[in-house]
Ligand binder design. Structure first.
Ligand SMILES: N[C@H](C(=O)O)[C@H](O)COP(=O)(O)O
Length: 374
């Protein structure tokens, strides 16, 4: 299958009423309908309804057939369960959305894909259809039989271009210095801001109980391992937030720091993981700390992600760490109000695709190196 390509990436086009289908067309058109395609060694399998993709591509001015004629992509057709109109959710298409995801996951587990990139879906409508669904992250964990995964979002605090993929990225982070000694198998992603989460889509009142020493230890281990293997960071430094105001103020404003976070940090450090903290979350997110960090571990979704998204929204990516497969995604939702209008920006999807390609290259290189050193 696709013998001329070194890497194969699946793209799930997500909620058919949202911007996923048109962003896929826009992103691939910008990256591939050019004299110097962004990823000449990579083939893309776009999962979605063929007619829907054609229609949405046309709506945003993309010549879909010219894109297919490049040879860099093929469509794996999955028929819609019900007609899809831009901006109008139809719960009947929930099974369609999950079928795209299942096909991508199965293909990656079978090693037919080196990575999967997911366009946004609408969590609420899947639940309304009667299928419990918390998020891609949790679904991927369950579907791949992974006990623990870590949600990490990443972006550049400094880049202000529409998409670093289409410009020459000038990475400045500690990670770049760390990876400078790696053989030049691929460029390094231009991210200088990464935020991972100790808990994901969880009601706030359940967060404290969900934090355990073992879970935090495992989370730090997953971040450390994945940043080394898939991001080419030789010695990742992870800065960890507290849970409570002022990181608990020596136990006067909460005990989770003393009882859970500090013991987890000590155990992780004893294993050689460069994890530091806990730092008060309100003052940690400053350049003088972030410049020294490869990742911040926040305790819950809305502790870490608002800061990351304030700095990088629209150009950031979402990565699920700890899976047996590589999965990246956008930093935004279905944007129903923009669907079909051509106003949605494909920059985040471009970054997510680029990250998937770069991570696949790093992982392949690491595996080859391991084999050759046996
Ligand atoms: N929490 C994610 C974000 O804020 O970007 C988003 O909901 C997507 O999550 P999944 O990748 O798990 O669907």
């Amino acid at each position: 299958m696709h013998p001329g390509f070194a890497f194969k990436i699946a793209i799930t086009t997500g909620e058919p009423a949202g911007v996923g289908p048109e962003l896929t067309a826009l992103a691939l058109a910008r990256a591939l309908l050019t004299e110097s395609p962004a990823w000449p060694d990579t083939h893309f399998t776009v999962l979605g309804d063929t007619a829907l993709l054609e229609t949405r591509a046309k709506a945003v001015g993309v010549d879909w057939f010219a894109l297919l004629a490049t040879g860099y992509l093929t469509v794996r057709h999955q028929g819609l369960a019900a007609p899809a109109r831009a901006g109008q959710l139809n719960a009947k298409n929930s099974q369609y959305v999950l079928a795209l995801l299942d096909a991508a996951i199965d293909g990656a587990l079978a090693e037919n894909f080196d990575a999967i990139v997911t366009a946004p879906l609408q969590k609420s409508v899947i639940n309304e259809f009667g299928i419990p669904f918390t998020g891609h992250t949790e679904y991927l964990a369950a579907r791949t039989g992974t006990a623990q995964v870590v949600m990490m979002l990443a972006g550049s605090r400094t880049a202000r271009t529409e998409s670093a993929v289409l410009a020459t990225a000038t990475p400045t982070s500690a990670s770049v210095q760390n990876s400078a000694r790696l053989p030049k198998i691929s460029r390094v992603l231009g991210h200088d801001f990464r935020v991972a989460l100790a808990t994901t889509h969880l009601p706030l009142k359940e967060v404290a109980a969900a934090l355990t020493i073992d879970k935090l230890m495992a989370t730090l281990g997953i971040i450390d391992f994945n940043l080394r293997r898939d991001f080419g960071i030789r010695q990742p430094r992870i800065l960890v937030t507290g849970l409570n105001p002022h990181a608990g103020e020596q136990g006067h404003l909460g005990h989770e720091e003393i009882e859970v976070i500090i013991p987890a940090l000590e155990q992780a450090q004893a294993l050689g993981i460069d994890a530091r903290g806990p730092y008060p979350a309100d003052t940690l997110f400053q350049p003088r700390y972030l410049d020294q960090a490869d990742c911040v571990l926040a305790m819950y979704h809305d502790q870490g992600l608002p800061v990351l998204k304030y700095a990088t929204f629209g150009r950031g990516i979402n990565v699920t760490l700890g899976l047996p497969i590589i999965r990246t995604s956008v930093d935004h939702g279905t944007a129903l109000d923009l669907a079909g209008t051509g106003q949605a920006d494909p920059a985040s999807l471009l970054e997510a695709i680029d990250a998937a390609v770069v991570m696949a290259r790093h992982r392949r290189f690491t595996q080859l190196n391991l084999v050759s050193s046996i």
